[in-house]
Write a protein that binds this ligand. Structure first.
Ligand code: BTN
Length: 324
């Protein structure tokens, strides 16, 4: 556990503690406790420092591993290694390093904030607000690289089910391949990266960014019209720990199905939650605009589209720009 995590964990009772007491209980030298507290304050943590001691603000909702693990009904995800960062560049980057160094399947990397959150196609992912949930998981399934898209679809299905179980009445939808939308605006995204050797996948890192309690006014101007948050749409705040726990439980159930060779169940759910089956769409595939009808999704996660002039496309990457 990192020093700052230890301090936050200790302060999470939201009572006053003197730096000397924190130092004694955490084993961190008092001078470092004071420095770390100043740095935490600088990166936005609401920590009061008064004559009575140091105290974390009542409203601080943190994703501390100890809170997450309370009542978490999984065996793999979130039950092995958890790496918690008050701030890091990207949990996927941390995950790739940890996986390369041998961290086991199920390892969870969480950040309260990211300074260089990564999105798909080299884009960035806004991660400046501590209202969002930013995390990655390490997987080590026996797969060939072409089957990895299936893991992304599985994560989208798990995210959909986790979110709908908490935000029952929201019009949540999966947008192919891996976005979660509410009222047409993006609320969550998934970035999957992998390392392979001789056509065998050695590990996969699945990263999710979910705008849980993100203040939409704080989103960068260029995405403000196309992105939203769960708190904005539902007018309610839920703890990010609750959302993450629901996701991990749902993801583990899907992963078990996947490993039992029952991926078709997940594909059926994906099609249902995307509302895409039989819909007329306009897509950009390899820079070309295609109009057609979605006929399904295959076992590798390729979207099957029949164009207006009868050509069948199996699409691994592209953008849907219109759905009718
Ligand atoms: C997308 O472009 O839709 C994918 C966004 C994925 C963002 C998440 S946030 C946690 C994890 N770490 C990253 O750097 N990216 C993913």
């Amino acid at each position: 556990m990192g020093k700052k995590e230890k301090i936050l964990e200790f302060l999470y009772d939201k009572a006053f503690h003197t730096p000397a007491e924190i130092a004694k209980k955490t084993g961190i030298p008092e001078i470092e406790v004071k420095n770390d507290i100043s740095e935490l304050q600088e990166s936005g943590y609401k920590i009061e420092v008064t004559g009575n001691g140091v105290k974390l603000h009542e409203n601080e909702d943190l994703i501390l591993p100890s809170s997450l693990q309370k009542g978490l009904k999984t065996d793999i995800f979130g039950k092995r290694e958890i790496h918690y960062f008050p701030e890091t560049d990207s949990t996927n980057t941390r995950g790739e390093e940890l996986a390369a160094a041998g961290s086991p399947e199920g390892t969870l990397i969480i950040a309260e904030k990211q300074t260089a959150g990564r999105g798909r196609s080299g884009r960035s992912w806004y991660s400046g607000s501590r209202g969002g949930l930013y995390f990655s998981l390490i997987l080590r399934p026996e797969l060939t690289p072409s089957q990895v898209q299936g893991i992304t679809l599985m994560a989208a299905v798990a995210a959909f089910e986790a979110l709908i179980s908490i935000y029952h009445n929201l019009p949540i939808l999966i947008k192919w391949p891996n976005d979660i939308l509410i009222n047409g605006k993006k609320t969550a995204g998934i970035l999957t990266t992998m390392e392979s050797r001789e056509s065998e996948v050695s590990h996969i890192v699945v990263g999710l960014g979910i705008n849980v309690n993100t203040d939409t006014g704080s989103l960068p101007g260029e995405i403000r019209d196309i992105a939203t948050s769960l708190s904005h749409e539902s007018e309610k705040k839920h703890s990010r720990v609750e959302v993450l726990r629901a996701f991990l439980e749902s993801f583990e159930k899907k992963y078990r199905l996947f490993r039992e060779g029952r991926f078709s169940v997940i594909l059926d759910e994906w099609i249902k939650y995307s509302g895409l089956s039989g819909k007329r769409v306009e897509m950009i595939i390899k820079g070309k605009k295609i109009k057609g009808t979605v006929t399904g999704i295959d076992k590798n996660g390729y979207l099957q589209v029949r164009s207006s002039n009868g050509i069948q496309y199996d699409v691994i990457s592209g953008e849907i720009i219109k759905i009718k």
